[in-house]
Design a protein around this ligand. Sequence first.
Ligand SMILES: [Cu+2]
Length: 485
Amino acid sequence: MAPLMELVKRMDRRQFLATTGSALFLASARRSRADSRPAVGPFRTPLPIPPVLSPVRSDSAADYYEIVQREAAVEIVPGIRTRIWGYNGMFPGPTIEAQRGRTVVVTHTNLLDRPTVVHLHGGITRPESDGFPTDTLAPGETRSFQYDNTGQPATLWYHDHSWQGAGRNLYMGLAGLYLLKGDSAVDRQLPSGRHDIPLMLQDRSFTPDGDLAYDHDGHHGAVGQVMLVNGAPWPVLEVAARKYRFRIVNASNALPVRLALSTHQPLIQIATDQGLLPSPVTLSSIGLAMAERTDVIIDFSVYPIGTRIVLLNQRADDALGRIMRFDVGRAERDDSRVPERLAEFEPLQRLQARRTRTFVFSGRPTVSVPPGVQWVINNEPFDPNRIDADPQLGDIEVWRFVNRSFLGRTMLHPVHTHLAPFQILRRNGGPPLRQERGWKDTVAIEDGEEVDVIVRWSGYRGRYLLHCHNLEHEDHSMMTRVDVV
Ligand SMILES: [Cu+2]
């Protein structure tokens, strides 16, 4: 074994990260993977913040936005142009800031050469605007989507949802943030403005000439070699020695992460997918599967000016084990605080449920040479014309998600319900994780696990979805139609 790798193996990974420079880090990353990407190192790029989109007009009914889906060449790796498919030609797309209870209408025009589908992840959305996978926007077509923003203030995101095309379309850039904001007394006390920062995580691979290299790995999932935050590789954010709120979205196709700080300082979690928790939770690490979100407070006032803190992904031992760095650059006054009571929370009880439905997530071999895998729910692939669940509007139901392993291969399935948020009742017969005791719309089901969630099917009648948010599983074809009747 090469001396470097031997050294790395013997050291605790955090110790390795703390004591070695980026050159060494890159050398080890290169050795651990067949490497064909352009030279890109960690902690050389400032963190970009996606710009907030301005409405083209507003009236008493709504704020109106326009987005064009188009190809563009953008600088992701410094000095190199990368061809992307982006909302307004950006990677990620522009951020939409919505206010609870105020309607937003987004008019999309598709200037790409393929059909696309627009979905607002986490939104309580009327069915005609929810982005059913066959509700395509054809090349050249323009259509408006209406979001009523009746849910809790939360960190949402919008992205492509094309049937058998979502994996590639998101990889190429069709994703953006949608921040549903509130203005309660609690919201005003928490860090805000330039101290409230979204972090959209996406791993990517690049070809030698800088293009995105999409490989679905036999429908197991497209995992990259470079960690991007808001479209920049392993960026750096200079922070003041005070509290910040970070809205962290795992927008990767197939990479679950476990967030932790290199200094062992705990993260103060204040929100899940669907908004503020009843009270803050202090955690040494937070698991975040694909499409899950967490809002955390990090208090940099505990560090001397000049301290560098790395946000780690403890699920990876290679280049994807680091996400970004915070450099404490200056002192600053801090009037924000984290209240002990964050949000009202009504725990739903199993007794309130009208019925229980079970969904088994597994794989089955395809009839091909060599045999591949098709991802299925209750042994059925997605069929847009088959209704697999038909909850009544207003009903509360328990949905049991079972992850049954396939050919001994460990697969995580992040399960996502459209329209209706849920609470987690039981995880493997025990209580939910401390980080998931709030309203959720996506839940990580690890291999062999069984999770009961309780869902209130309110909002709208119509055609919706339940699916795995590993995008390559979703495309092939771990998705099922749910009609609210
Ligand atoms: Cu899956």
